[in-house]
Write a protein that binds this ligand. Structure first.
Ligand code: MG
Length: 392
């Protein structure tokens, strides 16, 4: 029996994780859950599994939850609550399902406590991957990726020796604007950008998929997780999201990972690894799909992807700066303060103008502080330019 903690249990990853756990009641026990705003959903999850530890963001949320719960659970609050959940003595696997840099905090402390981290939060690995890897090495923690492409690569890399692997190939659906003429990009609203063609996900990653910066973050994620040089990592467009990644071997053989685009699969893999267990899902019917398509990435049309590739080459702390700036810009875009095209404009401007004096090193707070400074810088940049009447 493995004890599971789910950070972000009411979001799209967390909800899928709960479904996975439900299928294996004799294998997994949920001992901790956290949520920020969907308190009623958290209450129901808590009651269903009689979860002993529940974490919420504010004291008010804790008071509400306490008053509604019919069983005695310990209710934890704020970042400290997340740290406590991540380090629960009985915990075996900590799934990080929240979006944004906040995911770094529980990921760091879980690894420090020697846990397995099932990592769906790519912001933490992009911004502080070296720190996470080092802390995992020192304390015997392990990172199993839940991002579908990286779960696929993780599985594919077990098929042959690393010395025979020439290339990692990530697939990208291309997002909702793949076939749009860039001249029409001014017409993109948050509502249109929030409609992803193949995946149901939270707002941040859905917008990131529309600008394709998500795929750029995934290049960085793959580089750090698997220790491959940037030149050995490629991206191709594959609109059906059935092939999740490929590896090219020395002799020209290409191995591909295919499955339904359903996050329950990589979540189940990360929880069960190194075993596999059968989920009650439809199997992938290739004859129903008929054909799979692949095409080259248009780097001009999606400048965010190009910028991410550039920061991957520059190395730390530039990936953190890009990621933090994007976090601020996605918020601004969803609040209709900036246009879709301005996301890449402001990322580039932040990369060019933000000044840092030291690189963060071996200290979680230095990463979090720099991240916050970049976000503030980008927000001020927007305000300044909007005052001057900038339009893209
Ligand atoms: Mg992905």
């Amino acid at each position: 029996m493995k004890n599971i903690v789910i950070i972000g249990s009411t979001g799209s990853i967390g909800t899928s994780a709960i479904e996975v756990v439900k299928e294996f009641p004799d294998k997994f026990r949920i001992i901790g859950l956290s949520a920020k705003t969907q308190l009623e959903k958290l209450r129901v999850q808590g009651e269903t599994f009689r979860v002993p530890f529940l974490a919420v963001e504010t004291k008010e949320s804790a008071v509400w939850l306490r008053s509604q719960l019919s069983y005695p659970a310990e209710i934890l609050v704020g970042d400290e609550g997340l740290v406590e959940l991540a380090q629960l003595k009985e915990g075996d696997v900590v799934l990080i399902g929240i979006a944004g840099i906040k995911g770094l905090i529980p990921a760091y402390y879980a690894l420090k406590a020697g846990k397995r981290v099932a990592l769906a939060n790519k912001e933490s690995i992009v911004s502080a991957g070296e720190l996470l890897k080092e802390i995992a090495r020192e304390h015997g923690g392990e990172i199993i990726p839940v991002d579908s492409e990286h779960s696929a690569l993780f599985q594919l890399l077990r098929c042959d020796e690393k010395k025979y692997v020439k290339k990692l190939i990530l697939t990208a659906s291309g997002g909702p604007f793949l076939t749009w003429d860039p001249k029409d990009f001014d017409k993109i609203t948050p509502d249109l950008a929030l409609k992803h063609p193949t995946w149901q996900m939270g707002p941040r990653i859905t917008i990131d998929s529309a600008t394709l910066i998500n795929k750029g973050l995934e290049i960085i994620e793959a580089k750090i997780l698997f220790d491959f040089p940037l030149e050995a990592i490629e991206v191709i467009i594959h609109p059906q999201s059935v092939v999740h990644s490929l590896v090219e071997l020395e002799d020209g053989t290409i191995l591909a990972h295919l499955s339904l685009p359903d996050m329950r699969l990589p979540i189940s893999y990360a929880l069960n690894y190194p075993e596999r267990n059968t989920l009650s899902l439809n199997t992938l019917d290739l004859t129903a799909i008929g054909s799979l398509n692949f095409q080259k990435v248009d780097w001009e049309k999606f400048p965010c992807l190009r910028l991410a590739y550039e920061v991957a080459r520059l190395g730390p702390p530039y990936p953190l700066i890009l990621e933090a700036s994007d976090e601020a810009l996605v918020e601004a875009f969803l609040e209709r303060k900036i246009s879709f095209r301005e996301i890449s404009y402001y990322i580039e401007k932040t990369l060019n103008e933000f000044k840092f004096f030291t690189k963060p090193e071996k200290d979680l707070n230095s990463y979090l502080t720099l991240h916050q400074e970049v976000k503030t810088f980008t927000k001020q940049l927007i305000e300044r330019e909007k005052l001057c009447g900038f339009t893209s």
